[in-house]
Ligand binder design. Structure first.
Ligand code: SIN
Length: 363
């Protein structure tokens, strides 16, 4: 065997040993051989109750506490040592930056402990994708973080909460989920935080990662992964919220035919640090109403991000606007609501538009 080949084989064995060691360090199991998983409850329909067993709309979200959620799924005991914590109790349309900071800090505290192998977060489905992406950028650990919700309240016939929670805990207890970023699990599908979005107002099969695809299935009590997120996340990001108690003001304006500049001017006057424009098509800006308003905003120091309301595809830099000349940023493939999150975090690090654009191509 020649020297190059021998050194290649030795290096491969060394790397494999390191990977096994790293996953066992990240994933120290409890004394009974099961992983230690903490469930952080935040509310949502998964914790919702309706007037009757057939009430699947018009119910009240966020009424059932974490202990009852856990008691309702005794099978959890077979897959992990589960502890529950009620972080807050809200319908997720009321999610805000303060709740995100509180949640992220708690997740980071827990994951830093040797007796926590993974975290599950129960959450309303309406903004689950936003919380997932926020955590994907600020959690400082490779341990599994799984966010789960339900489309039917806990009192409904065929409530989807219990099976979704069971799958989430199973996934958070799995070494296969280590280093995969924040994962969203519903309806037996595993989605990556960056690309997942809610697509149906009421159907249990509502989450899609559209053209980029979901990552895998939950089946037969285990995860099956077929792809991973290629964008940096969790332990590999440059964002740190541990010392933050607020995030910069960033809002979204929605593009449509006959759009005017009123909302843009109002956000600038209110002191926004960035505006996300959810443009038509390839992030196009209406002229003469919208583009001059955004140019004026930029001249006042407001960061302008061109995103798209379409739902798929890359917003091309210097495509539908002269971004270099106007000093605008494009959102790449991020939805407007996720571009808002990245813009807020980017602004905690820099105001340099080249740097912020780099972040949009990195995360
Ligand atoms: C919510 O997002 O809190 C309500 C809707 C849901 O969880 O499905």
């Amino acid at each position: 065997m020649d020297t190059n080949r021998r050194s290649f084989i030795l290096r491969s064995i060394f790397c494999m040993a390191l990977a096994v060691l790293a996953s066992s360090v990240v994933f120290a199991r409890g004394p009974n051989g099961l992983a230690d998983v903490t469930i952080l409850a935040t509310g949502g329909t998964i914790a919702g109750t309706g007037a009757t067993s057939t009430t699947t709309v018009g119910y009240t979200a966020a009424t059932v506490g974490v202990s009852r959620l856990i008691e309702a799924v005794p099978e959890l005991k077979k897959v992990a040592n589960v502890k529950g914590e009620q972080v807050f109790q809200i319908a997720s349309e009321n999610m805000n930056n303060d709740y995100w900071l509180k949640l992220a800090k708690r997740v980071n505290e827990l994951l830093a402990q040797n007796d926590v192998d993974g975290v599950v977060i129960t959450h309303g489905t309406d903004t689950i994708e936003e919380t997932a992406y926020f955590l994907n950028l600020v959690v400082k650990s490779r341990k599994p973080v799984v966010i789960v919700g339900a489309m039917r309240p806990s009192t409904a016939i065929s409530a989807d909460g219990p099976i979704n929670l069971y799958n989430a805990v199973t996934l958070a207890a799995s070494a296969d989920a280590v280093g995969k970023g924040v994962l969203v699990v519903l309806n037996d599908q595993i989605n990556g935080a960056r690309d997942v979005t809610k697509t149906n107002t009421a159907n249990a099969d509502t989450f899609r990662s559209w053209e980029l695809g979901f990552l895998g299935y939950m089946q037969d009590n285990k995860p099956f992964f077929y792809r991973t997120s290629t964008r940096k996340h969790t332990a590999d990001t440059e964002f740190d919220v541990s010392k933050l108690d607020a995030l910069p003001a960033v809002d979204i304006v929605y593009g449509y035919a006959n759009m005017n500049r009123i909302a843009i001017d109002a956000f600038v006057a209110a002191g926004d640090k960035a505006i996300i424009h959810a443009g038509v098509g390839d992030g196009s800006l209406a002229r003469p109403a919208v583009e001059p308003a955004l140019i004026d905003a930029r001249k006042k120091g407001v960061i302008v991000v061109r995103s798209s309301r379409v739902g798929n595809g890359i917003v091309a830099r210097n495509g539908e606007a002269k971004d270099d000349e106007l000093d605008f940023i494009v959102s790449d493939t991020l939805s407007p609501q996720k571009a808002r999150i990245l813009a807020m975090l980017a602004l905690t690090k820099t105001n340099d538009t080249k740097e912020i654009q780099r972040m949009f191509y990195t995360y």
